[in-house]
Design a protein around this ligand. Structure first.
Ligand SMILES: NC(=O)c1ccc[n+]([C@@H]2O[C@H](COP(=O)([O-])OP(=O)(O)OC[C@H]3O[C@@H](n4cnc5c(N)ncnc54)[C@H](O)[C@@H]3O)[C@@H](O)[C@H]2O)c1
Length: 261
C-alpha cells in the first residue's frame, strides 16, 4: 500500500522515526528523512533540518521535491529543555511544516502526527489549548508560553494537547480538506527509545514505571511504526481526524479509572 509513494518523515535519526523510515523503505516507499542530527544509517535520502524555527522550516521546504504523498511528523523533544523549545518543535514547528507542505501533498495524501498519551489532558485543559492552537503562523513561542503561563514541566504534555486538538481541527481545515488530505494522530504510551530516559528525569521513575506496569511492558519503535504507516496508506482512506492510541491498552485503562467504569 506504500509502494512508489514518497513519504517525508521527521525525527529519523533515532527511535520511532528511524524505525518508521526503515519500515517504509521495506514497504517500497521512497523515504525522505529529516532530522536535526545525522542518522547513523539513513533509510532513503536525508535532509538535515531544524524545525524549531520558521527559518529552519523555510529552509527545509526549499530543499524538498514538489510532490510528496505523506508526511509523518515524528520529531519531538521530551520537555527537558524547557517549555519554549519543546512547544517550538513539538507543535509550532510541526504545524508550520505541515501547512507549508500542504500544497505539495498529492490529492488524497496524508499527514500523521505522533502525539502521546501525555496529551490525554486536552479536554480538561481545552480553553488554554484552543487559545494556543488559535495563534496562527509561527509565533514568538517565548511570548506564547509567558502569556499562557505554561510552566517548564508542563511543556511536553501541553505540546501534545495542542497537537491533538490541531489534528482534529486540521482534518476539517480547508487547506487540507479541499484536497482530500487526511490528518490523523498516533498516541504512543511509554516506548523504549532514548527519549524515555529523559521522560524519567522529567516525570520521575514512579510515573513511568506505573504506566508500564499497567500494560505489562514498554512499547518498542517497532510497535508504533506500522500504525503510523497504515495511516499514510490508502487502506486508511476513510480515517480522518482520528487519534489512535498505540499503548498496549494504557489509555483504555486510564479512561476506566477516570470515568469509573
Ligand atoms: N518514546 C516514548 O516513550 C514516546 C511516547 C509518546 C510519544 N513519543 C513521541 O514520539 C516521537 C518520537 O520520539 P522517540 O521516542 O523516537 O524519541 P527520540 O529522542 O529517539 O527521537 C526524536 C528525534 O527527533 C529529532 N529532533 C528533535 N528536535 C528536532 C528538531 N528541532 N528538528 C528536527 N528533528 C528534531 C531528534 O534529533 C531525534 O532524532 C516524539 O514526538 C515523542 O514525543 C515518544
Amino acid at each position: 500500500m506504500l509502494f512508489g509513494k514518497t513519504i517525508l518523515i521527521t525525527g529519523v535519526a533515532s527511535g520511532i522515526g528511524a524505525r518508521t523510515a526503515e519500515l517504509a523503505g521495506q514497504f517500497g516507499a521512497d523515504v525522505i528523512g529529516v532530522d536535526v542530527r545525522e542518522p547513523a544509517a539513513p533509510a532513503g535520502s536525508f535532509v538535515k533540518a531544524d524545525i524549531s524555527s520558521k527559518a529552519g522550516v523555510d529552509d527545509l521546504i526549499a530543499s524538498l521535491p514538489q510532490r510528496i504523498d505523506a508526511l509523518c511528523n515524528v520529531a519531538g523533544l521530551s520537555g527537558n529543555t524547557g517549555a519554549v523549545s519543546t512547544l517550538a518543535v513539538n507543535f509550532y514547528g510541526l504545524r508550520a511544516l505541515s501547512e507549508a507542505l500542504a500544497p505539495r501533498l498529492r490529492e488524497g495524501g496524508a499527514i500523521v502526527n505522533v502525539a502521546s498519551i501525555a496529551g490525554y489532558g486536552w479536554r480538561a485543559n481545552l480553553n488554554r489549548a484552543a487559545s494556543m492552537v488559535g495563534i496562527e503562523g509561527f509565533p514568538d513561542v517565548a511570548k506564547v508560553v509567558a502569556d499562557h503561563q505554561v510552566k517548564n514541566e508542563e511543556g511536553y504534555p501541553v505540546s501534545k494537547e495542542l497537537l491533538l486538538l490541531w489534528t482534529f481541527r486540521a482534518a476539517h481545515q480547508e487547506l487540507f480538506k479541499n484536497r482530500g488530505i487526511r490528518v490523523n494522530a498516533v498516541s504512543p504510551g511509554p516506548v523504549e527509545t532514548p527519549i524515555l530516559k529523559q521522560f524519567r528525569n522529567v516525570l520521575g521513575d514512579a510515573r513511568v514505571d506505573s504506566d508500564i506496569a499497567r500494560v505489562g511492558r514498554a512499547g518498542t519503535s517497532g510497535d508504533i511504526a506500522p500504525v503510523v504507516l497504515f495511516l499514510c496508506s490508502d487502506g486508511a482512506r476513510w480515517v480522518n481526524g482520528a487519534n489512535v492510541p498505540v499503548d498496549g491498552g494504557l489509555e483504555a485503562s486510564i479512561n476506566a479509572e477516570v470515568l469509573g467504569f
